[in-house]
Ligand binder design. Sequence first.
Ligand code: AMO
Length: 452
Amino acid sequence: MAISSDLGDLRRTHYSSELSEGMDGQDVTVMGWLLTVRGHGSITFATICDRDGEVPIVAKKGGECPDEVREALSSLKAHSSVAVRGTLRASPKAPRGFEVVPAELRIFSRVQKIPPFEPVAKTVKNIDTRLEARPIDLRRSVLQHTFKMRSRILRAVRDYFEREGFIEINTPKIISSATEGGAALFSIFYYDKPAFLAQSPQLYKEQLTMSFEKVFEIAPIFRAEASRTPRHLSEAISIDLEEAFVDYNDVMDRIASLVRESADAARSYLDGAKEVAGGDVPLAVPEIPDTIPRHTYGSLVDRLQGAGAKTQWGDDLYPSDLKRLGLDGFYFIVDWPLGPKPFYVKESKGGSGDAGGEQRQRTSESFDLMCGELEISSGSTRIERREDLESRMRAKGMNVDSFEYHLGAFDYGAPPHAGCGIGLERLLMALTGTANIRDATFYPRDVDRLVP
Ligand code: AMO
């Protein structure tokens, strides 16, 4: 039968990337979704898209293609799920030098709805329109490349940790108390007890340095972010690392290596994709400098004040401030004021590294990794002694007793340790130039969105 609708025993023989003009005359079976179909009476051109790219299909009247196949093909709408078995023909006019002449067509599902945008659309401005049809939005070239790059980056990150002797961990996502401050917690019920979704694996990854020394986790973090911004999600993926017997300077060195290796992996993906697509890939990966610059918090405040800003020592640094200073590319901001930092962050020895008065004296061994105005990661040296943790908690007005499950671990002696959390979506934004974080995650969750 030249036309049917079941997969049956038919299997793909080649992905689009495996086809070439040198296979002239070979019988091939390709499967995927229809990107375009254009019928011109006696000839129908179609493009089938699969995981790797496009396969041109040409069905001519009076040629090798049965008429019923040509007619059925020309009646299909874009996005239909199909298979074509046929003969590969070298064709100097075709973009990749070949086309497939169909002998058999399987139509697995017909399109019931007209999609709200063209499958080849380079940009579709309204993200809500796109999210309503997310499975087919994700077929668009720019998102295909973004998420394939994400996969490569994750592999590079795991390779890095493996090579450096880190153990991959998973920690509970249903927890009993806040780690990063209470405001952004999602409350849930755990049987009959109140509980929360984890904002970060912070306390567990610290405890695990007592047994494994070097650990990493790649998992969701949950933040009840009330604001609508292009860089906040309610559920994000964090690449967390924690290491014993090091401080925040060592962790910054590790992040620099991780970012460099992630960028290399992204670039090598792009090079390959450009070869298959004939150069048409709408993404570019920035160069990462050999040394990522480190600016102290205090020096940036001085520069801001010098430029006439009202920023006081102790204030947060906002994207508008960083823009004002013309900071771009990747850089660290180090030695933040201690006060606003979470309780587990260690105070700098001997006060601030910056010159300045009394109020400048309490800084922390902490950093943020930035790319322009986007915060990619934050990390610090941690407190390893119970009494110091307790006094920091009291100073922050926290209920020490409710953290006994954590503080008790420190009674057995914790090593000096340091670590960081890297927002995977934000790293991907920086490496691909994606402007909205919702396009760096498959199904975004934000203050307005719980579906799809
Ligand atoms: P922090 O709260 O700074 O630190 O988070 C670490 C990194 O996670 C990412 N991130 C987010 N990404 C998208 N949407 C959000 N709502 C969101 N919130 C955070 C950012 C950020 O830099 N426990 C510490 C890390 C550590 O010290 O190890 C922490 O959670 O890229």
